[in-house]
Write a protein that binds this ligand. Sequence first.
Ligand code: HEC
Ligand code: HEC
Ligand code: HEC
Ligand code: HEC
Ligand code: HEC
Ligand code: HEC
Ligand code: HEC
Ligand code: HEC
Ligand code: HEC
Length: 433
Amino acid sequence: MRENRSKRNVAAVVLCVILLMCGVIFTGGIAHGKVETDNSCYNCHYQLGGRMKVSADGWEKSIHRKVGITCDVCHGGNPYITSEDSMSEKYNFRGVPTPFEIPELCGSCHSDVKMMKQYNLRTDQWEEYKTSQHGILLAQGDPNVATCVSCHGTHEIRKKSDPLSSVFHTNVPETCAKCHANEELMSKYGIPANQYDLYRKGYHGKILYGEVEGKNPLLVPNCATCHGIHGARPPGVEEVPNVCGNCHSNIYEYFRMGPHGEAVKETGEPRCVDCHGNHKNDLPTPAMFDGSEEGHCGYCHDESEEAYKVGQELKEKILFVQEKLEELTGVLEEAKKTGKFIDRLESAVTELSAQFVQMRPKTHALNPGILRRNLIDADDQIRIAEEEVEKMRAQDRLRVRVALAGSGLFLILGLLFVAKLFQVRREEGDREE
Ligand code: HEC
Ligand code: HEC
Ligand code: HEC
Ligand code: HEC
Ligand code: HEC
Ligand code: HEC
Ligand code: HEC
Ligand code: HEC
Ligand code: HEC
């Protein structure tokens, strides 16, 4: 009885495997083996070629499919009829939406607070979009700007947290670049097409593309962080420090305290990006206090001006600490290799480095006095460190002397030995004669 049952089980399993294999063969692979119920649109389209298939393949991977938003929801038609008649106007088939219809189509659900609440999604994308340069130009009849599907894809729409999504944090620059790196398209509007190139070369970009070790690509801004995600437009004069200040908040505070923070409110200059660049931000160095290159102090202030001199004073203080820090770090690294006692030196260098890190953002206040406290602390640490280095050198000198004395003694003993040897030889010679 029991044996019979287990035989039947085996037979059932074998049958299942055979059926499954037939299914796979008939439908041309596991990936597309899922015949959708109540979705003749998909069932027919994935067997077609070209664009017709692309739409089905894309939709299959989308978040919309997961929540049951089928083809007919966006295109109309009758998904229960397996012939092309399903795409007839009598079933309200609407064909392919034009760019002008797309925001409203997507917005019909995504602006619906009740529906979106279930998914914890915002509902302001369409409203925001209308305020963007894209939305404004679309409303004026320009079909070349970005609509919802230019950034999200037409069918393969994924959650923003999905690394394969076109709007996943690190994929955004490529998504914008589809149009903004297109010289031909951008020249029509008289704007440059170099933002993507510049961004890739800048420090933010290098971090985003994983080229700076130890830095998290998800923490640097991409195009949409600075321009607004759905309200993309050039940030206004007032907005720039705020945008940067979202992340560089301590610098923003010092900047606001100083004369530049005042000036930017009144004259619109200088903004963070006037000194650091917007798309390509290089690593700042004290060299920015010198000369009249774009973004350097001399670009806006004559070298004879008080403002320029303030810059020179800041630079001297920064450089003083920076150079000491580099020198002492070098000594420390050497000392580590020789196995000396370095605890005090190491802690002084660490403290000095902390002071330096605090000083650099403070320069934005343009008030050398603000560095006083740090300089006093830095001086203390430099003194401690230099004392330690002096102690190490004294020990080294002692060691050299001991070593010299040792080898001197060795030499004398050696000479005595040789002399003795000669004497013995000579005595032996004398005896033989
Ligand atoms: C029996 C196969 C079949 C079924 C079922 C089917 N389609 Fe199509 N569909 C096609 C073919 C073939 C074309 C290409 C027609 C052409 O190029 O003229 C097409 C074209 C389209 C287009 C592009 C139309 C255009 O103007 O370029 C859309 C959109 C579309 N189908 C949506 C749907 C939707 C939505 C459904 C279900 C309600 C559906 N289809 C059902 C075969 C089918
Ligand atoms: C969330 C809404 C939505 C859903 C769901 C959807 N589509 Fe589309 N589809 C669109 C939009 C919007 C366009 C126009 C895109 C454009 O202009 O780039 C489009 C375009 C198309 C086109 C024309 C493609 C081309 O390259 O010209 C076809 C064919 C199509 N869809 C078929 C389908 C099929 C089949 C399904 C289901 C498997 C489906 N769509 C599901 C919104 C949708
Ligand atoms: C210029 C490109 C662009 C356009 C146009 C665009 N989006 Fe987005 N969208 C994004 C980016 C980038 C994100 C990811 C934001 C993030 O990482 O927080 C996003 C996120 C979303 C989200 C996820 C929820 C949220 O708000 O963070 C939804 C839903 C969405 N977009 C819908 C739309 C709709 C609807 C439209 C058209 C009205 C649209 N998007 C137009 C780029 C765009
Ligand atoms: C019929 C209603 C409906 C329509 C029309 C619709 N969506 Fe959605 N969409 C949803 C729902 C519901 C979700 C939430 C799924 C989830 O989070 O599990 C969603 C999710 C999304 C997401 C992922 C959000 C996230 O979590 O990051 C994006 C992006 C998106 N839709 C964009 C679009 C775009 C672009 C269009 C127009 C082409 C569109 N949607 C049309 C209902 C709709
Ligand atoms: C489908 C093509 C397309 C895509 C994708 C696209 N844009 Fe645009 N964008 C345009 C066009 C066209 C303009 C109009 C140029 C103008 O402003 O006159 C524009 C304008 C802008 C402007 C205003 C520029 C100015 O000075 O007037 C900003 C900012 C912008 N886009 C940012 C973005 C960002 C950020 C993304 C990606 C998240 C993006 N765009 C994706 C086509 C696109
Ligand atoms: C760190 C912030 C930041 C990032 C990241 C950023 N932008 Fe900008 N972008 C700006 C600022 C600020 C301006 C305005 C510059 C001005 O007014 O001088 C600007 C201007 C623009 C303009 C107007 C034309 C121009 O070049 O002045 C476009 C288009 C644009 N950005 C697209 C992009 C694209 C595409 C990306 C991603 C590859 C991007 N931006 C990344 C801050 C940023
Ligand atoms: C989304 C957050 C974010 C925004 C917005 C942002 N940054 Fe950054 N920025 C970072 C991160 C993270 C780093 C890397 C810091 C590090 O080296 O650890 C960085 C590095 C920098 C550096 C190099 C600093 C260094 O460490 O020596 C400069 C300069 C800079 N940003 C300027 C700007 C300016 C100007 C803006 C506004 C136009 C801006 N950032 C907007 C996150 C941001
Ligand atoms: C007048 C030019 C100027 C303006 C405006 C300016 N900075 Fe700086 N920034 C500098 C200089 C010079 C340095 C380099 C100081 C150094 O090397 O010690 C610097 C350094 C930095 C650093 C690196 C600091 C560190 O600790 O590594 C960041 C980040 C930064 N600035 C962000 C900003 C932000 C954000 C704003 C706007 C709120 C801004 N800057 C405005 C000139 C400027
Ligand atoms: C993009 C232009 C620009 C750059 C670059 C710039 N400044 Fe200024 N600075 C201004 C403006 C505008 C004011 C306010 C008007 C004025 O007092 O000249 C100002 C004012 C000042 C003041 C106050 C002057 C006073 O007499 O009250 C100091 C100090 C100053 N800047 C220092 C610097 C330093 C240091 C640098 C380089 C790190 C620098 N600035 C780079 C535009 C700039």
